[in-house]
Structures are given as structure tokens and as C-alpha cells.
Design a binder for this molecule. Structure first.
Ligand code: ASP
Length: 356
């Protein structure tokens, strides 16, 4: 099942009254070249709007809230995730949809975090950014932003949002946020969703694939979750990894959760010391989740003998989840409901993993 929305005239008529809140956190998309130094600097909102006259062209009613100061996304973490999610939550009834401007470097982390923070979301929250600043001639900013707004405003014949999820729109694809990874530091097509298809594709038409979209129960109210526990770590295995390295990480004071990045279908060296360290960590109450280092495909513990030790040690399967989604989900569950974190990490909460 596909739905095509012809842009321009038809869309204009249908979405004339759609009201969108544009939340600008910063990133390359908000930058211009400083005339004196030649360096890229964040533009103030008036300068940004001057580069984007389409924002006030009247197709949609776009209101803007900009963070001060604007932030490079490498400096974004749980406190700013809360600021973003709270802005959506506080203004939820006033707008039809939300677009969040964000640097590309950590966009997949922030967007994944918001997908877990905004439970029972019934309106679109579309993240976008650009590889080239808005003030540069060949910039991808305009196309990304205008299409993101159009998607955030898109409604079906009954007036319901077509994609009421947290998503990332970039280049020509709309992805479920918690399935994305930044894959390219150079190309305009910066993101991919390796284990779940795009929710919409933009060309001359925007083609929506509603059968892939997750719709929350409309009778349940939007609920905001903001308590993150950052006592987590990512342990990436590699051939030749030394016991002292693993030991130092797993014995970090206060550690509560670990994303264990393994080989292939969830495999690890069969050294006895590794098993002992993992088992001892699990016995100390640390939650360890197995995530494959491969972009595509899933963890399948037990398929090879070299993953049996992980199962015996009590390591959980992350199936086909991304590191960005697993890490943010783990931090939020450890902060919000630590007693259920283990059980909920094994469940698909909002489309972030496929459990066969
Ligand atoms: N460093 C920038 C950021 O993530 C890069 C970008 O926006 O593409 O904020």
C-alpha cells in the first residue's frame, strides 16, 4: 500500500492550515560563512530566515523556536534531549507537527532518544539537518527542511497525520528515527536505516508507505519520560582484545549497562577469561546486551558455538537494534524503571527492533 502526495498545488490546498513548530538546536544547517574570518558560524534566526523565504510563503504556518546558543550536535546529550522533548510535549496541542533542526553527527542518538521519551506520540516529529550550511550555494539545507516540513504537515483524508512517529528526513528518504545511523560524512545521503525500510521517499512526489508506519493507540495520552541514567558503556570487541581492557571497563564504578558490540551474528572470542568477566559483571547486576558490529542483520546467539558463552554468561540479545537506539533505550530504562529495565530491553517498545 502506497500513498502518493503530489507536492505544490494539491498539497498546498490540503495543508493550508497546518501549523508546524520548527525547533532549531543548531548544526551545520543553521550556519553561514562569516564574511571576515571565512569560518562557519551559527546564523541568528533572522539571517537564517533570510536564506529561507519559503518559510513565510504561506504554504504552512511555521513558527520557530531556536535554542540559545545554537549547539554543534557533538555537544548534545541527555539534558538537551530533555529540552527538545519537553518543547514538543509543552506545545503538543498547539501544532500539527514538529520539525527539529539538528547537527548530523549525533542526530541518530537524539532522534532515537526522543522516540523512547515521547510515549504514545500521535503527531510527526521530523529531525533534519544538512551536510552544507544554509548559507552555501550548493546547500542541501533548503530541500531537506522544506520536505521535512511538508512531511510533518501531511495528513490523510480523515485529517490524521500520515507519519505520527519520530523520524529523520534526509536527502530523499524518511526513516524511523530509532532505526537510523549516520553513514556518511561526505555525501548528501548521510543517513541510512539498514534493518527497516524507509517510511517515505521523496522525488517529484512524496510516496508514503503507511503499512510500515507505527501508529500509537489514540486513546492513550502522550507521556514524557526524561530520567536518563548515563552509567552505561559500549564495549567493542576486536581480535586480540586484552583482559585488562575488558576488566577495566566492566569494573567501572557505578556501571549499570553495557552495549557489547560483537562479531557477525553476535559472536565473541571463546577465551575463558572473557566468559568469566562477563558472567561476573552480570552477577554484579550489570545488564549486558549483545549488538552485532554489522550494520545489517541480527544477533542470533546459539547459531555458532562462539556465542554460547555469551548466553551462558547471561548476555541478552539486541536482535537487529542500532547502537544509537540500544544505548539511549538502555539509559532511559535504567533511569525511569530500573527494576524492569532487563525485561523491557528484550522487548520492542517503539519499532526499534525486529524480534523473530
Ligand atoms: N558538526 C556538525 C553537527 O553535528 C555537523 C553537521 O551538522 O552536519 O552539529
Amino acid at each position: 500500500m502506497c500513498k502518493k502526495n503530489r507536492n505544490f498545488a494539491a498539497k498546498k490546498k490540503k495543508n493550508t492550515m497546518s501549523k508546524i513548530l520548527l525547533i532549531s538546536t543548531g548544526g551545520t544547517i543553521t550556519m553561514v560563512r562569516d564574511a571576515v574570518s571565512g569560518a562557519l558560524v551559527p546564523a541568528d534566526m533572522e539571517t537564517f530566515k533570510a536564506f529561507m523565504p519559503e518559510l513565510s510563503a504561506g504554504d504552512f504556518q511555521v513558527e520557530i523556536q531556536a535554542f540559545t546558543p545554537l549547539i554543534d550536535s557533538s555537544d548534545i546529550g541527555p539534558a538537551i534531549w530533555e529540552q527538545m522533548a519537553r518543547t514538543v510535549y509543552d506545545h503538543y496541542d498547539e501544532y500539527d507537527g514538529f520539525v527539529i533542526l539538528h547537527g548530523t553527527d549525533t542526530m541518530s542518538y537524539s532522534a532515537s532518544a526522543l522516540s523512547f521519551m515521547l510515549e504514545n506520540l500521535g503527531k510527526p516529529v521530523v529531525f533534519t539537518g544538512s551536510q552544507l550550511p544554509v548559507g552555501v550555494l550548493r546547500s542541501d539545507a533548503k530541500e531537506n527542511l522544506l520536505t521535512a516540513i511538508e512531511i510533518a504537515a501531511a495528513k490523510d483524508e480523515e485529517g490524521n497525520a500520515i507519519v505520527p512517529e519520530v523520524t529523520i528526513y534526509f536527502e530523499d528518504r524518511l526513516f524511523r528515527a530509532n532505526r537510523t545511523t549516520k553513514r556518511n560524512a561526505e555525501h548528501f545521503s548521510a543517513f541510512n536505516s539498514y534493518n527497516y525500510p524507509a517510511l517515505a521517499k521523496a522525488g517529484v512526489h512524496i510516496t508514503y508507505l503507511p503499512h510500515l508506519v507505527r501508529y500509537s493507540d489514540p486513546t492513550k495520552p502522550l507521556t514524557l519520560h526524561t530520567a536518563f541514567d548515563t552509567n552505561v558503556a559500549v564495549l567493542k570487541l576486536f581480535p586480540g582484545i586484552q583482559p585488562a581492557v575488558v576488566r577495566a571497563l566492566l569494573r567501572t564504578r557505578g556501571l549499570k549497562g553495557v552495549v557489547l558490540e560483537t562479531f557477525g551474528a553476535g559472536n565473541a572470542p571463546s577465551d575463558k577469561w572473557l566468559y568469566r568477566e562477563l558472567k561476573a559483571a552480570v552477577d554484579r547486576g550489570i545488564i549486558i546486551v549483545n549488538k552485532t558490529q554489522c550494520n545489517t542483520g541480527s544477533v542470533e546467539m546459539g547459531l555458532y558455538a562462539v556465542s554460547l558463552n555469551l548466553m551462558k554468561a547471561g548476555v541478552l540479545s539486541g536482535h537487529d537494534i542500532t547502537t544509537e537506539a540500544l544505548l539511549t533505550k538502555m539509559m532511559l530504562l535504567l533511569g525511569e524503571q530500573p527494576e524492569n529495565a532487563k525485561e523491557l530491553l528484550c522487548k520492542d517498545l517503539c519499532g526499534e527492533m525486529t524480534i523473530d
